[in-house]
Design a protein around this ligand. Sequence first.
Ligand SMILES: C[S@@+](CC[C@H](N)C(=O)[O-])C[C@H]1O[C@@H](n2cnc3c(N)ncnc32)[C@H](O)[C@@H]1O
Length: 218
Amino acid sequence: MRFDILTLFPSLVLPYFEDSILKRAVTKKKIAVNVHNIRDYSKDKHKKVDDTPYGGGSGMVMACQPLFDAIKAVKRKNKGPVIYLSPAGKRLNQEKVEKLAKLKGMILLCGRYEGIDQRVIDELVDEEISIGDYVLTGGELGALVIMDTVSRLIPGVLGAEESPEEESFSASLDRMLEYPHYTKPEVYKEKNVPAVLLSGDHAEIKKWRLAHCKKPSP
Ligand SMILES: C[S@@+](CC[C@H](N)C(=O)[O-])C[C@H]1O[C@@H](n2cnc3c(N)ncnc32)[C@H](O)[C@@H]1O
């Protein structure tokens, strides 16, 4: 999976891939992460990337030229969809993540300020995705959420002991929330681990676990 991220703040994105599972995914070449600074594409002599909104109002809008040039350059190397992180997008869920994980690549466009000029969306964006009904300062957290959730579904990214198959929202749990987990010790502050989990009876454990899956909040 090839991720290309277009952002004004590459340093917010890169550290996430310098540790843990996603670092391993990069090292094992299961994912490739290419971060592009939109400012590098500005033709303005001061490398300006934004301007005041037509119609008035506060804030700045990310302008067409740097975004058109950046997206077009990246599209030559990545044939996946251009996804703009936006509160106006369709809300991300696990089913969407599963679909995205089947792609060979995607381009993630991170807005800042008041957002981006609508003409960029109309001309070059394939889809808009929101990560929730709230407003972020920028799209970088959204891009990281997509890359994290998608990467862990790519075969070989998680180790066998971390399998994504029986997890919250997975089809094998009927899209329910995963059952509770316990680890050693058996008793902690007078609170016991449920006896069935210590029984070694796998059929009973499975039954208990399924019975303890909860419905996700609507
Ligand atoms: C401050 S926000 C712009 C908010 C915009 N003026 C509005 O009212 O909808 C700046 C950028 O953060 C990103 N963003 C904000 N909220 C988001 C969300 N819920 N999901 C995904 N991206 C979001 C978008 O890329 C957006 O262009």
